[in-house]
Design a protein around this ligand. Structure first.
Ligand SMILES: O=C(CO)[C@@H](O)[C@H](O)CF
Length: 536
């Protein structure tokens, strides 16, 4: 790492599920410093596993808010000990795990405002939270509250049209409703409710930071078209909620400057700006520098799609958020649970546990797989809700098995056709300038990427997203400094390292999949209907 002591820079923070991470990015958009604090190993006194506590019954999942505070103390002390040049920091921004919520006790704002630079944060904020263990995105204990919210606004689709998603257990409005119902005292002693992102920004500001439009879209409370809280949703969750949330702001807003605590204790410049923090996924979209028409595919345990949308079509699956880098546009997330574990199972069954044999099978079978289509959901799929394996011949006749090589291609073509069909269901359209950015384990397999390029008929680039939320936050900090002059995000980040081209569409791919995609969609709907017992 180059000398971190004397380079003008912006900091990007990520308060994620398992750690707090920071990167420093210089004016040429090079990352020259990074550090992290892992909750389980660096703060063992909190007794978390994977940064969380899973409570009895496995539905309620929380994290101790003071663990997050103390992690910030530790990482700042590590940076100080390494001689980091805090005086060169022009601005900072950050990300937080989405949907989690923090409950500031009445009077906490005065403590935040008057922090003594002689003491660490966690010693001074001990009594500032009305809820010590914050619900996080892994919580699924609010099904009743989800049904109540949907009923209050006219149903699941109505809620999706209003807030970008139907009700989900992890979404913050439902979590707040549960706390109001089960801990009314704590709720009444709460003067401010933050997301993890705006909580982290508040620590730097020394006052309550606003919730940004993008992370606020993950609450089932924000009207994503008008960018204001939905009074119907607020009222359905808990009383006086608008006052406790404060007004939402655009994600590239400068929300203030670091408090004197950071100037005196660490040497930050008094004018160091704080740009609104946002959710980890919106920050990752910024870090990947997605543009209109692009799609990012994270090929991991679950496969996650990040979409840039101009005109969203809210649905009963997936999530539409306000776009973090262009307030007039949107982004969407689609999660496919049967990702790499499904690919590994078929590799073991049909390619003798060998990725090279798996790749050989893809190279030795034609695009379109002779019209054979497969659906492989060994765990209950999210998008859509199906489980089981289904195979169909070119004549749409269900068959019990495919030859090994056909099975392998049917899995990969099916996974990617599903992604394209459901992305288009949310309003996504492949455009002439579309780039597909691939990341995650399977993005190292060029033959898998070739199928992705063919199904989408678009070039596939590979990027390293290890620090995408942090790097995206640092880019947002630079963008917040420039946005005052109306400089668009893409202009601010044009010097950033470029992704590497990995695959381009095979000639004729467009015709092959134009024929297969509607068949795949019809067969998928047939399976959904059968699964839901709607067919006799
Ligand atoms: O729940 C999620 C998105 O909706 C997760 O990706 C969390 O943001 C992870 F922190």
């Amino acid at each position: 790492m180059a000398d971190p002591a004397a380079r003008c820079c912006c900091l990007g923070w990520d308060f994620s599920t398992q750690q707090v991470k920071v990167v420093a990015v210089d004016a040429e958009l090079n990352v020259f410093y990074e550090d992290s604090v892992h909750f389980d190993t660096d703060l063992p006194e909190f007794g978390t596993q994977g940064g969380v506590h899973v409570h009895e019954g496995g539905l309620a999942v929380t994290s101790p808010v003071l663990m997050w505070v103390q992690a910030l103390d530790i990482i700042l002390e590590k940076m100080k000990a390494s001689g980091f040049g805090f005086s060169q920091v022009l601005a900072l921004s950050g990300a937080g795990q989405q949907h989690g919520s923090v409950y500031w006790k009445v009077g906490a704002s005065q403590v935040l405002k008057g922090l003594s630079p002689d003491l660490p944060l966690h010693e001074q904020l001990q009594a500032c939270f009305s809820i010590s263990n914050c619900p996080v995105w892994m919580d699924s204990s609010t099904t009743a509250q989800c049904r109540q919210l949907e009923a209050a606004v006219g149903g699941a689709q109505a809620l999706s049209c209003l807030t970008g998603s139907r009700a989900y257990e992890r979404f913050t409005g439902n979590q707040i409703a549960k706390i109001y119902q089960q801990h009314p005292e704590a709720y009444s002693h709460t003067e401010r409710i933050s997301l993890v992102s705006s909580f982290a920004a508040s620590l730097f500001l020394g006052s309550y930071s606003h919730i940004d439009y993008s992370d606020g879209s993950g609450m089932n409370l924000l009207q994503i078209q008008d960018k204001v809280w939905s009074q119907a949703c607020l009222d359905a969750c808990a009383p006086h909620l608008e006052k406790k949330l404060g007004p939402p702001v655009p994600s590239c807003s400068v929300v203030g400057a670091v408090s004197s605590y950071y100037v005196q204790r660490y040497g930050f410049p008094p004018g160091c700006k704080v740009v609104a923090f946002t959710g980890d996924n919106p920050a990752s979209l910024a870090g990947m520098r997605l543009e209109e028409g692009d799609i990012a595919v994270s090929l991991g345990t679950s496969d996650t799609l990040f979409l840039w949308l101009k005109e969203p079509t809210p649905a009963l699956e997936g999530h539409i958020f306000c776009n973090p880098v262009d307030p007039q546009q949107y982004m969407a997330l689609l999660c496919f649970k049967n990702g790499s574990l499904m690919r590994e199972k078929i590799r073991d069954e049909a390619a003798s546990c060998s990725w090279s044999k798996f790749s050989e099978a893809l190279r030795s079978t034609e695009m379109g797989n002779g019209g054979n289509l497969g659906f492989y959901f060994d765990v209950m799929e999210i998008t859509p809700e199906i489980t089981g394996r289904y195979r169909f011949s070119a004549e749409n006749r269900e068959v019990s098995a495919f030859p090994r090589n056909v099975e392998i291609r049917a899995l990969i073509e099916g996974q990617f056709m599903a992604k394209r069909i459901h992305a288009e269901g949310l309003g996504y359209r492949v455009m002439p300038k579309t780039k597909i950015l691939a990341t995650g384990g399977a993005s190292h397999n060029r033959d898998i990427l070739q199928v992705l390029a063919d199904v989408f008929c678009a070039p596939v680039y590979v990027i390293d997203t290890a620090n995408s939320a942090c790097v995206g936050s640092a880019y947002q900090a630079f963008h917040g400094l420039a946005a005052g002059a109306g400089v668009p995000f893409q202009e601010v980040v044009k010097l950033a390292p470029k992704p590497r081209l990995a695959a381009t569409p095979t000639p004729g791919a467009s015709q092959v999949y134009a024929a297969l995609l509607p068949r795949y969609a019809q067969l998928e709907q047939r399976i959904v209907s059968q699964t839901q017992g709607l067919l006799e």
